[in-house]
Design a binder for this molecule. Structure first.
Ligand code: PEP
Ligand code: MN
Length: 475
């Protein structure tokens, strides 16, 4: 009888693996029709209108001959870490500019954003008790989707600003003309940024003792501030405790950290020219960043962006809003991840707190019912953008905080894991989002409003959010 059971088990396993290999070859067959250029057969939204296509192809050829910015093995390492987060064993922090710019590129700016991200991750790690996976919207976050192709001021219509890799934001015909040579300049800036980030991560800058060298002046003299101060002291005490246990400053875990890059893969020509075949797996990777995401405006199932995304093996993100329907999201996820590989898909919701409470549960149910592996991340920025009477695009800190709290609440209720947060932020002391402990007011906005696109949290607002999340995760 035992033999019969073994035999039937062996048969079941064989037929399961046959089914699996049939699935895999079905994907393989599909992928045969895919190549880094196959998106060109589809309609590509949000692409610039270049006057001279030959000039564009020339620039893309230059980039295709440059080295990849990231390596396939690094993207696989990230995918494993994201799978770990999806399973509830890590938390993911995305942060950086809405749009990187040529004007504001300095090593100090890169360092300051990196430093704030590290500080946030230490606070979050302490609060959540799990590792924090860090991803910068850096070293490639240039191209922006726009709601209008043209911008009209005083009767003059010019192409909208689409990011520094496309055109320039001054409102003159020359500045707004899409210029392909900007793509090469953006590649070079990404390369220099990534070089610096790699040096910071591995060269001792990430030393834990230095990260907790807080600049907490902003916390003085308020009740909320003293709560954060208290938490900061506990983080410091934990680091001292590790040192007392013998994990001293020279231990690699105190000196180094993994840091990954991410951006919206919007400009498909640029992404195509950095798509490379990995010799160890024979799979294609988008080598412009470790993680690429598809924005809310370009995820049409038959569109060019989805065609590009389906063929690269990086971990990828899809932004979703209150308008997304469960069935549509399920079918997109299946199309992009037919083998249901954990860590491959991150769903990044951006809806505002009220809509999130109303709509996220049905999207979670749809994904859970379909048995799909995804990592859930909240982007509490893009559902909370408002325009003030004095003409600034801003986001109230309190709305950002509320959306994060709603995200935690909904997942708690649904029994799923709130795996991370995606923020537009900078290490600089800008005045772009209102509120927070420093209480940036609407009339303060004009003081240091430097963003090239959407408003970012400043350093103190970003760290404050990390403290708020840490207290929530610690409960
Ligand atoms: C962004 O992340 O800057 C962005 C444009 O997001 P979304 O596509 O969600 O609007
Ligand atoms: Mn943005």
């Amino acid at each position: 009888e035992r033999g019969a059971r073994d035999a039937s088990r062996a048969q079941a396993t064989a037929s399961k693996s046959k089914a699996r290999s049939a699935d895999v070859s079905a994907t393989g067959a599909n992928l045969k029709e895919w190549n880094p250029k196959s998106w060109r057969q589809r309609e590509a939204l949000q692409q610039p209108n270049y006057e001279n296509q030959a000039e564009l192809e020339e620039a893309l050829k230059v980039i295709a001959n440059r080295p990849p910015l990231v390596f396939a093995g690094e993207a696989r390492d990230l995918q494993e870490k994201l799978a770990n987060a999806a399973a509830g064993n890590a938390f993911v922090l995305f942060g950086g500019d809405c749009a990187e710019s040529f004007r504001d590129f300095t090593s100090d700016n890169v360092r300051d954003t990196y430093r704030v991200l590290l500080q946030m991750s230490v606070v979050l790690m302490y609060g959540s008790g799990v590792p924090v996976v860090k991803l910068g919207r850096m070293a490639g976050q240039f191209a922006k989707p726009r709601s209008e192709d043209l911008e009209t001021i005083d009767g003059l219509s010019l192409p909208s600003y689409r990011g520094d890799n496309i055109n320039s934001c001054e409102f003159t015909p020359e500045a707004r003309r899409p210029d392909p040579s900007r793509l090469v300049k953006a590649y070079d800036q990404s390369c220099a940024t990534l070089n610096l980030l790699r040096a910071f991560s591995n060269g001792g800058y990430a030393a834990m003792t230095r990260v907790s060298d807080w600049n907490l002046d902003f916390m003085e003299n308020t009740e909320r501030g003293s709560q954060y101060e208290d938490l900061a002291q506990r983080v410091d005490a934990a680091i001292d405790f590790m040192a007392a246990c013998g994990i001293d400053e020279t231990h690699p875990s105190m000196q180094e950290t993994s840091f990954f890059t991410a951006h919206e893969a919007l400009h498909l020509g640029y992404e195509e020219s950095l798509t490379r075949l990995d010799s160890t797996t024979e799979e294609h990777y988008g080598c412009s960043a470790h993680f690429l995401w598809c924005g809310e405006r370009t995820r049409q199932p038959e569109g060019a962006h989805m065609e590009y995304f389906r063929g690269i093996s990086n971990p990828i993100g899809i932004k979703i809003s209150d308008k997304s329907d469960g069935e549509g999201v399920v079918s997109l996820v299946k199309k992009l991840n037919p083998d249901n590989v954990p860590g491959r898909i991150t769903l990044i919701s951006r809806m505002g707190a009220a809509k999130l409470r109303e709509h996220l549960p049905r999207l979670i149910t749809a994904i859970e019912d379909a048995g799909l592996n995804v990592l859930w991340v909240t982007d509490p920025m893009h559902g909370n953008t408002i325009k003030t009477d004095n003409g600034f695009k801003t986001r109230p800190f309190e709305a950002v905080r509320d959306e994060i709290m709603a995200f935690f609440e909904v997942h708690e209720k649904m029994g799923t894991y709130p795996g991370g947060v995606h923020l537009e932020m900078t290490g600089q002391n800008v005045t772009e989002c209102t509120g927070g402990i420093m209480d940036v007011s609407v009339s303060d906005l004009e003081k240091r409003y430097l963003t090239h696109c959407d408003p970012r949290l400043n350093a103190s607002q970003a760290i404050e959010l990390a403290f708020l999340m840490a207290s929530e995760l610690n409960d």
